[in-house]
Structures are given as structure tokens and as C-alpha cells.
Ligand binder design. Structure first.
Ligand SMILES: [Zn+2]
Length: 232
């Protein structure tokens, strides 16, 4: 079964990770991160998604850090109606971190609008509010490491401990029923945090494609994202 992967964030920068996997039968997103850093990067959070959120079947979430989860409330606000699959700890952390991210945006926009009023400029809206984030939490479905789930037709997935933070995972996805194509999305892996965090784990027997997060060292000023795709 042909699979197309589109990088919708974290290309030439380290934040805003989002990968779209498309087959003839389904469309799933892995992560929906917020761009963080200089103003030019943050501005990307206001851009429309390079896909229709309503057309997605599901989101598979690697971990709770905002640069991987931070635009999920915007996704739900803009029409996503599927489920967001994540480990139980990731779901619990997101239930605190996402409303907090919404509240920060509300207060930042509040300050900005006070300045805008003085300068006679139009007010701007937050990307999402704490209330929007609370609403997005309803879409979450918690799972355990190693448990296979079928988030969309024609694929299944399971989560491996990535040793990065509480609940963090690499996600193994199998596309197709017979002789499936196996893909591993690493998410953020490690570092080794000693007794508080088990070492990262992964599937035995290899995968066909491993998609790894790496650090570029510096953020590019060129617009990241969306418009890169890869087919198998
Ligand atoms: Zn992280």
C-alpha cells in the first residue's frame, strides 16, 4: 500500500513537529507541535494547517512537550473530529500543559491588544484559549506502552518508551494488512535520566523506515514545513 509522508513542521528547525501519513484509506498525523523561538517562527503558529483538520482520521502523539503537542487545541478548534492517541501519562500532562499554553496566549494577546489599541491597530485573537484546550482534551484516548491499536483503517500502531520524559514514546506504525510496511517515528529520545527514567526501547527485528528527530543547531529563517513530502 503506497504511503506518503508530509513534513508539516520541524523541517530546518527543531520545534513544531508534525508528520502527516496518507494512504488511499486514511490520513493520520503524528504530533501537532507549536513553533517556538524567534518571532518569525512563532508567526507560523497562526498560519493555516497545510491540510484540512476535518479530513484527518486520528492523531498519534509521541509526548507532551509543547513543541510536539501545542497546536492540538487549534486542530480541534478548526474541525478535527478524530481521536488523539497518547500514553496515559502524556494525556495527563497535556491536560495541564495545554490549558496553560492557552492561558499564556490569552495573556500575551491581551498585552499586545492594549498596545494595538494605543496605536490604532486592529485587535488580534489568541491561537486558542485555555477553554479551547480543555475542549480538545475530550478527544484524547489513553493507551499503554506495547499495546497495538487501530487508529484508522489500514494501519495499526504501538508506543515504545522513548526515555525522554514521563509518558514519552517512539511510535511504531504498520501500514497494510499483509506484509505491512513498518515505520518507526522516534519522537524525542533520551537523554538518560538515571533511575527516574527507563532507557529508550524499540521494536525487535527492524523496521522499513525510521524517522528520527535531530537537532539542526540553529533555526533557519526560511519558512519550514509543510511543503515537503516523501512517498514509498
Ligand atoms: Zn521533547
Amino acid at each position: 500500500m503506497p504511503v506518503v509522508m508530509k513534513v508539516c513542521g520541524a523541517a530546518r528547525t527543531v520545534t513544531g513537529l508534525s508528520l502527516l501519513f496518507e494512504t488511499a484509506r486514511s490520513r493520520v498525523l503524528v504530533d501537532c507541535g507549536m513553533f517556538q523561538g524567534p518571532k518569525t517562527l512563532k508567526a507560523l503558529n497562526y498560519e493555516p494547517f497545510p491540510y484540512d483538520p476535518a479530513s484527518l482520521d486520528a492523531v498519534l502523539l509521541t509526548h507532551a512537550h509543547i513543541d510536539h503537542s501545542g497546536l492540538l487545541p487549534k486542530l480541534v478548534k478548526q474541525g478535527f473530529r478524530g481521536r488523539i492517541h497518547a500514553t496515559e501519562a502524556t494525556r495527563d500532562l497535556c491536560s495541564v500543559m495545554l490549558p496553560d499554553a492557552g492561558a499564556i496566549q490569552e495573556s500575551e494577546v491581551d498585552q499586545l491588544n492594549r498596545r494595538n489599541r494605543r496605536r490604532g491597530r486592529e485587535p488580534v485573537q489568541p491561537i486558542y484559549t485555555a477553554e479551547d484546550a480543555d475542549r480538545a482534551m475530550v478527544a484524547f484516548r489513553a493507551l499503554r506502552y506495547g499495546e497495538w491499536i487501530t487508529p484508522a483503517p489500514g494501519l495499526r500502531a504501538r508506543w515504545w518508551n522513548a526515555g525522554h520524559m514521563l509518558g514519552s514514546a517512539s511510535i511504531e506504525i504498520e501500514f497494510g494488512d499483509e506484509a505491512p510496511m513498518r515505520v518507526l517515528v522516534s519522537g524525542d529520545v533520551g537523554p538518560d535520566l538515571g533511575p527516574m527514567q527507563r532507557d529508550a526501547e524499540g521494536p525487535q527485528g527492524g523496521v522499513d523506515h525510521a524517522i528520527l528527530a535531530t537537532r539542526t543547531g540553529r533555526a533557519s529563517r526560511r519558512p519550514p514545513a509543510a511543503r515537503r513530502s516523501r512517498s514509498w
